[in-house]
Write a protein that binds this ligand. Structure first.
Ligand SMILES: NC(=O)C1=CN([C@@H]2O[C@H](COP(=O)(O)OP(=O)(O)OC[C@H]3O[C@@H](n4cnc5c(N)ncnc54)[C@H](O)[C@@H]3O)[C@@H](O)[C@H]2O)C=CC1
Ligand SMILES: O=C(O)C(=O)[C@H](O)COP(=O)(O)O
Length: 334
């Protein structure tokens, strides 16, 4: 079976080859799937994508015209698909719901830890020759923090575990609390979490058209003025302008994000200045550095996570070939 894999970074190529235990014929494409390079799939039997690949109706129709029925993703999130179009075209989708959760949990933890100890602000000042200890750096200590995990699924639970292990009080809000997460967090109401937490870390899946701007001005107003918000989930979950305004108005202390809106136009690009970033709301957030720390969607960029993403994707294809179905399938729910 020939699989075209989009968005494969050069550093990832050896892993795609080394882990190819089902001996697939691989076509590795460096670029994210877009409307121009969809033609790379011609002559292939299946497609593997990553986040921010354009699995919209136009591209899914193209795949179908090439005789491709399996368009899988190596990611947890699947908001890059037009699920309705896939259903209408009878294109099957599978994802990787369970790669190493420590990858993203580590990054969310690090953003929270860096913000609460003002590490980036201090390092930045020192590198400009300013060795004074600004009153702004005066901190509390991690074991005195209350950390609120908003969405305590696989990633949230592990971030909770990390904070608990160093003595922080860990709260969580989730409409479907799990016993696994309960080992590390205390489940509370949404309001209690937002009102009590020094760090609020969001790990909620993004469902386009359903929970856009979940983090809005009402959400932010409930947080403590001294609290930091962390979002490693999806940029679309946050009203970017509302977050920037809340920081400017001192309603919250700062924001750490691995994700932004408009990632398909931003991520993977190297801009020469902030002014070139093609979204003015993202620019507004970036101007608030170092109260705002943004990383380029690299939560899953660890060796264990990458190995899981590739191996489980290959197993998804294998299961589909062997049984005609796959347990990690994603279906349109209306
Ligand atoms: N930055 C990165 O590199 C990565 C980001 N992600 C993002 O993280 C998200 C979460 O991943 P997992 O923890 O594996 O998913 P998961 O499905 O295990 O957990 C999500 C949890 O959120 C809860 N939830 C849903 N709506 C909620 C709401 N309105 N309020 C509170 N809780 C709510 C669910 O009940 C569930 O327990 C993914 O959907 C993806 O968007 C995932 C992997 C890498
Ligand atoms: O698995 C997900 O969902 C993610 O968001 C991962 O970080 C993968 O995202 P990309 O690295 O493919 O942008």
């Amino acid at each position: 079976m020939k699989i075209v894999c989009y968005g494969v970074r050069p550093i990832e190529e050896p892993y795609f080859r080394k882990l190819n235990k089902h001996h697939y014929d691989l076509k590795l494409v460096n670029a994210y799937l877009d409307h121009d390079n969809v033609t790379e799939a011609e002559g292939c039997d299946a497609v593997l994508v990553r986040a921010n690949c354009a699995c919209d109706e136009q591209n899914l129709k193209k795949f179908k015209s090439y005789g491709i029925n399996w368009v899988f993703t190596r990611t947890v999130g699947f908001n890059h698909y037009d699920l309705k179009a896939a259903k209408e075209l009878d294109i099957k989708i599978a994802r990787v719901p369970n790669y190493s959760p420590y990858a993203v949990a580590n990054l969310a933890f690090t953003l929270g830890a860096a913000l609460t100890r003002y590490v980036v602000a201090a390092v930045d000042a020192v590198h400009q020759g300013n060795f004074t200890v600004s009153p702004y750096y005066f901190s509390t200590e991690f074991n005195r923090l209350t950390v609120g995990i908003y969405g305590a699924g696989k990633l949230g639970a592990i971030e909770g575990k990390m904070w608990k292990s160093i003595g922080a009080k860990v709260l969580a809000y989730d409409p479907y609390p799990s016993d696994f997460a309960r080992q590390y967090v205390k489940f509370v109401s949404e309001d209690d979490l937002l009102q009590s937490s020094d760090i609020v870390s969001v790990h909620v899946p993004y469902f386009p058209g359903k929970n856009d701007n979940l983090i809005n001005s009402d959400f932010l107003k409930k947080m403590k003025e001294t609290a930091f918000l962390i979002n490693t989930a999806r940029g679309q979950l946050a009203d970017t302008n509302a977050v920037a305004k809340a920081i400017e108005d001192n309603e919250i202390a700062g924001y750490g994000a691995d994700v932004v809106i408009d990632e398909t136009r931003i991520n993977g690009h190297k801009f020469n200045s902030l002014a070139e970033v093609p979204n003015s709301s993202v620019q507004s957030l970036m101007k608030l550095y170092p109260k705002v720390l943004i990383t380029p969607h690299m939560g899953s960029f660890t060796e264990p996570a990458l190995e899981d993403m590739i191996s489980i994707s290959y197993d998804n294809f294998h299961e589909m070939q062997e049984t005609g179905d796959v347990k990690n399938k994603v279906e349109y729910k209306g």
